[in-house]
Structure formats: structure tokens, C-alpha cells
Design a protein around this ligand. Structure first.
Ligand code: AMP
Length: 204
């Protein structure tokens, strides 16, 4: 079973992706994490990726498609894949169809106000990408042992820009998938457990 999770930044995609991957035994592919991993090394590619991520812009379609394909070749795809943050444009969705059969597309809906608040109130693990609400913090380390830090793109200004990018460039995917039988939309304003239940309710 292959699933795509679509949602604005801080819609809860990452959190739900981890829970879903565990429950349905799927390989979780977060393109944001993939890009941040490459960007953490010293290379021309890292510099190029930084120039997009750090400004809240999408990296070019050709580049992300190439990186996803390379990543897919390295993993065991048999048990299924959970795409978190990919595709993010209609072109990416059209290309993905050529190399993976998608069973479900789940859109997590959240408002701009929630996105900005969540982004301002969150801190992320520098290694595994897990996010914590600032009220949950007990120290400056993630459960995995790595240091927690504020992502450079997690500022109020960039949160608004990223939401705009989402609506201009990614939201058209929802139209694209709307008539697909595996498409579902869930209310992302609810609690983590509630959203998880909503998603599990539509995945058979
Ligand atoms: P995320 O962690 O999913 O919020 O992604 C962080 C950043 O990585 C985004 O703001 C984009 O700059 C970049 N990114 C992640 N996935 C994609 C994608 N599928 N296409 C283009 N850029 C992406």
C-alpha cells in the first residue's frame, strides 16, 4: 500500500506519517528530511538546496524527482511507502505516477492561523526531524538523543510565505486528485489522536 499525505507546513503530516508508517508497516519518506540531510553536508548541492529551503521556496521539480527516485532505488519498496511532503506540485504528482502506484491520497486541512501558531511554537530535532511543542520541552535533547533546534525556516514570516507557496503550488494537487477514488480529506485542526483516527478510518 502506497500513501501520499498532503498538507500545509505544520499541518501534522510528519507526526501522522510516523504513526501511520508504524501501524501499516510502511517506509516513511519525508522529502523535507531528505533535503535537510543532504543540506547538512558540505557540497554544491547542499548550498543549492539551502538557497531554496532557507527562503521557504520549493526546490526545483527536476531535482526533487531525481532525489526521490535515487532514494527509492535504495530502499525495499515491497511493504509500501508513505510519502510525506512529496509530491508538492502537479508536475511532481504526474511524474510520481510513472514509477509508483498510489492507493491513497490524504489531505490534512489546517488554517493559516494554526500553521503560523504551530510553527512559531515548535522546535525540531536536528537529526530525526521530530517536532515538539515548546510547552512539552523537558530539555534541549530529542528522545533520539540529538539536539533540538529551531529550523531556520520556522519563523513567523517564512511560515506565512510557506503557506502561500503551499496554496499556490501544492494545493492544485488536491484538485488533481479529487476524482481519484483513494482521495480523502481530514480535519487537521483536531488532536493528533483524532486526526490519526480519521486517517485510519479512510484507509482500508
Ligand atoms: P518540510 O519539512 O516538508 O516542511 O519541507 C521543508 C522544505 O523542503 C520545503 O519548504 C521546501 O523548501 C523543501 N521541500 C520538501 N519537499 C519538497 C518537494 N516535494 N518539492 C520541493 N521542495 C520540497
Amino acid at each position: 500500500m502506497n500513501i501520499i499525505l498532503i498538507g500545509a507546513p505544520a499541518s501534522g503530516k510528519g507526526t501522522q506519517a510516523v504513526k501511520l508508517a508504524q501501524k501499516f508497516n510502511l517506509v516513511h519518506i519525508s522529502t523535507g528530511d531528505l533535503l535537510r540531510n543532504i543540506a547538512s553536508e558540505k557540497s554544491d548541492l547542499a548550498d543549492e538546496i539551502h538557497s531554496f529551503i532557507d527562503n521557504g521556496k520549493l526546490v526545483p521539480d527536476e531535482l526533487i524527482i531525481k532525489l526521490v527516485k535515487e532514494h527509492l532505488n535504495k530502499i525495499d519498496q515491497k511493504s509500501g511507502i508513505l510519502f510525506d511532503g512529496f509530491p508538492r506540485t502537479v508536475f511532481q504528482a504526474q511524474q510520481l505516477e510513472k514509477f509508483v502506484n498510489i492507493d491513497y491520497v490524504v489531505e490534512i486541512k489546517v488554517s493559516l492561523e494554526s500553521v503560523v501558531k504551530r510553527i512559531c511554537d515548535r522546535i525540531s530535532c536536528s537529526k530525526c526531524g521530530r517536532t515538539y511543542h515548546i510547552s512539552q520541552l523537558k530539555g534541549d535533547l530529542c528522545e533520539c538523543g540529538a539536539k533540538l533546534q529551531k529550523r531556520v525556516d520556522d519563523t513567523e514570516e517564512l511560515a506565512k510565505d510557506r503557506y502561500q507557496v503551499y496554496y499556490n503550488q501544492t494545493y492544485p494537487i488536491v484538485e488533481y486528485y479529487k476524482n481519484f477514488k483513494g482521495y480523502h480529506s481530514v480535519d487537521g485542526e483536531k488532536s493528533v489522536d483524532d486526526v490519526f483516527e480519521q486517517i485510519c478510518g479512510v484507509i482500508k
